[in-house]
Design a binder for this molecule. Structure first.
Ligand code: DX5
Ligand code: ZN
Length: 214
C-alpha cells in the first residue's frame, strides 16, 4: 500500500507561505493539507478561501482541504472551485453526511469524512461505499503540535478491516501528532494517508522528515 504524505500548512510560516509550499514540494510531499477552522466547530479560526486561492496558484500538488466547520455543505462548492482535490468534512458537523458527499462529488472533487477522537469508528460504516477517504483524527481537532492519541489506532484498524471485508480500496488518513514514531504505528494499522504539520515544517531537513513517514 503506497503511503501518501500530506503536509499540513497550519504549521507553516505564513509570512513565507510561497517558500513553505515550495519547501513541501521539494521535500516530495504528495499533497498539501489545508485546515479550515471556523471558531465554532473548533475553538480556533485558521484561514479560508483567499489563502487557498493563493496556495492553489503556487502549486500543482493535490489540495487536501480539511473543513473543521459547522454545516460544511455551505462551503463545498467554493472550495472545489478554488481547486480542492479532496474535501473532507466532519461527520459531527453535518446534518446529512450523504448529502455533503454528493455535493462534493457534484463539484468534481473527492469526498472525505472525518471523525473526532470521541466518535466511534462504526459511525462511518454507512458511508464507506460512497466516500473516497476516511480521516481518523488522532488529536482533538483545532490545534497543531498536540500529542498523538494511541487509542485511535484501534479505530483505524476497525475501519480498515471493514473496508477489506467489503473489498474497498479506501484511503484512510490520520491527522494529529504524526512523526517518525507514530507514522509506523498508523501504517501498521491500515492508514495510507499521513497528515503532518509541526513535525514536517519544524524539521531542518523536510525531505528526510517526509521520507521517515513512509
Ligand atoms: C489539527 C489539524 C492538523 C494539524 C496537525 O486540528 O487538523 O492538520 O495541522 O498538526 P500536527 O501534525 O502538528 O499535529
Ligand atoms: Zn487537518
Amino acid at each position: 500500500m503506497k503511503t501518501i504524505v500530506s503536509a499540513s500548512l497550519l504549521s507553516a510560516d505564513f509570512a513565507e507561505l510561497g517558500r513553505e509550499v515550495r519547501r513541501a514540494e521539494n521535500a516530495a510531499a504528495d499533497w498539501i493539507h489545508f485546515d479550515v477552522m471556523d471558531g465554532m466547530f473548533v475553538p480556533s479560526i485558521s484561514f479560508g478561501e483567499p489563502v487557498l486561492k493563493s496556495v492553489s496558484q503556487l502549486t500543482s500538488l493535490p489540495l487536501d482541504v480539511h473543513l473543521m466547520i459547522c454545516d460544511p455543505i455551505r462551503y463545498v462548492s467554493r472550495y472545489a472551485k478554488l481547486g480542492a482535490s479532496y474535501i473532507t468534512f466532519h461527520l459531527e458537523a453535518a446534518d446529512s453526511p450523504a448529502q455533503v458527499i454528493s455535493a462534493i462529488h457534484d463539484c468534481g472533487a473527492k469526498a472525505g469524512i472525518s471523525i473526532k477522537p470521541s466518535t466511534d469508528a462504526r459511525e462511518v460504516f454507512e458511508y464507506l461505499d460512497i466516500v473516497d477517504m476516511i480521516l481518523v483524527m488522532t488529536v482533538e481537532p483545532g490545534f497543531g503540535g498536540q500529542s498523538f492519541m494511541d487509542g485511535m489506532l484501534r479505530k483505524i484498524r476497525i475501519i480498515r478491516e471493514e473496508c477489506d471485508r467489503r473489498g474497498l480500496d479506501m484511503l484512510i488518513e490520520t491527522d494529529g501528532g504524526i512523526n517518525e514514531k507514530t507514522a509506523s504505528l498508523v501504517r501498521e494499522n491500515g492508514c495510507n494517508v499521513l497528515v503532518s504539520g509541526s513535525y514536517l515544517f519544524g524539521a531542518e531537513d523536510m525531505k528526510s522528515a517526509v521520507d521517515s513517514l513512509r
